[in-house]
Design a protein around this ligand. Sequence first.
Ligand code: IFM
Length: 459
Amino acid sequence: MSDLRFPENFLWGAATAAYQIEGAARDDGRGPSIWDTFSRTPGKVYQGHTGDIACDHYHRYTEDVALMAELGLRAYRFSVAWPRIQPDGTGPVNPRGLDFYERLTDALLERGIDPIITLYHWDLPQTLQDRGGWTNRETAEHFATYATAVHARLGDRVRTWTTLNEPWCSAYLGYGNGVHAPGEQDPAAAFTAVHHLLLGHGLAARALRAAGAETVGITLNPADVRPADPDSAVDAAAVRLVDGLHNRIFLDPLLRAAYPDDVLEHMARMVEPTFVRDGDEKLIAAPIDLLGVNYYQPTYVAGRPDGAGGGGAYPGTDGAVEFLPPVGPLTDMGWMIEPAGLTRLLERIATDYPGVPLLITENGAAFPDKAGADGPRREPVLDTDRIAYLDGHLRAAHEAIARGVDLRGYLVWSLLDNFEWAEGYRRRFGIVHVDYLTQRRTPKASARWYQEVISRNGL
Ligand code: IFM
């Protein structure tokens, strides 16, 4: 390892999400979520996998927290399952649901691990979806009520609160191309969902602040959008469009209190944005103390005036924009490996939206990880691919800091192998291997490598 040190107090940790690891889908009064419904819908999730059992973290959290302590994690980002707290999304709070997160929080604090809460990581109560989900403005209001209830129980112990995880995915994959729950395919619904998610964030952020939360933020998955040909004006226009739909549609209202005009114009081709009411943009721009950035790969696009492009998850880009196939080497998700994209992305956010501290709330890679722990010898997985990926991205993060970005920490995705949404359990992102038959956890070589990185505060 060469000598590369991170700033003092740089926060090292790992991240997970409720539906991906908890299991216990019917325990202690939890209600159904859209992912319970979606994963039971034939053809939606790989081989019909569900989160019913997942990593059984709900029952094994003590062991998992001990593992985090052994690895030296300073922070742990987890999400709270709304359907555990309010099984129908509204109405009385279920104390047994809150009890679980209280036990988890206390276990973390006892080990000196800073809990970072995400209030919404995609598991909307099904009852709210039956009333339109994020296309219904009321869901935003219910979200703020739910956030307040979680804070009322944990606010005396948890310092860092983030509202949504990757609203781009909730809106565009959930309501646009239907790859995620609730599986709708309607551009108008996708844009309506974007707005109500942002509104829900703003209302919840305000409520959390009023209740005394110390650090309030949101996590996005902003894209490093690149042109296929840097000299092409057509490709530059495609970059602008995709950047608008992926980045500025979230960042501008959050940090500049207004949607960008070009994005509103594009949206209006599919839906008149009457759902944006007077005063909403001000509500969305509630001050935040932290912006979570999730980064995995860059996005390369080309303009296709010939109508031959395939828009993918971006409403209104069909036929106009080509999303270039990723160039290898690829991860097991088929994703490109380009650490420089992380440096560019962090710098761009810091330049265009100055003044908000950044935290890498997710970064990591899926690889097959077949050898070792799957076999009878129970040897750790020698995941050198993952180590190389993490090493490269940490160097890229360090470079961003060197260029002046206020980056506060890095949370690896993920602590454990887990339920990778539509891909089920076949994709393994963990630095800790999970044998789903026995629920045995085995730290991979990357976990030991990360432990060393944390203890040295560098590479
Ligand atoms: O597993 C997901 C996570 O839930 C959200 N961000 C991306 C990860 C990898 O796909």
